[in-house]
Write a protein that binds this ligand. Structure first.
Ligand code: SF4
Ligand code: SF4
Length: 92
């Protein structure tokens, strides 16, 4: 199974959206202080990883121990949001 990417803490305070500009499936969303990735839509292509100036993006299986909570933080962002709301928060 192909993994998915997770945005972690270094995005907070940077959030320059460089990652979102290269994502072929537009699965980055504005979660306030940071961007998050939709784990269901991410195809695991890896294009976003080298774009991030603060190395905040990891494959789910490679998330550092101290950043593990961000797996849920990315995933939980999508719970209970309507398609319309998500469309407003999508970053491209
Ligand atoms: S790995 Fe590819 S599909 Fe997933 S968020 Fe990054 S650019 Fe988008
Ligand atoms: S490139 Fe990195 S710091 Fe910039 S928005 Fe994306 S994850 Fe956040």
């Amino acid at each position: 199974m192909v993994g998915f990417m997770v945005v972690t803490s270094p995005c907070i305070g940077t959030k320059d959206t460089a990652c979102a500009k290269v994502c072929p499936v537009n699965c980055f969303f504005d979660a306030g202080e940071m961007l998050v990735i939709d784990p269901h839509d991410c195809i695991g292509c890896g294009l976003c990883i080298p774009e991030c100036p603060v190395s905040a993006i990891f494959m789910d299986s490679d998330v550092p121990e101290q950043e593990q909570a961000f797996i849920a933080r990315n995933r939980d962002f999508f719970t209970g949001k309507s398609a319309e709301e998500l469309d407003r928060l999508r970053v491209t």
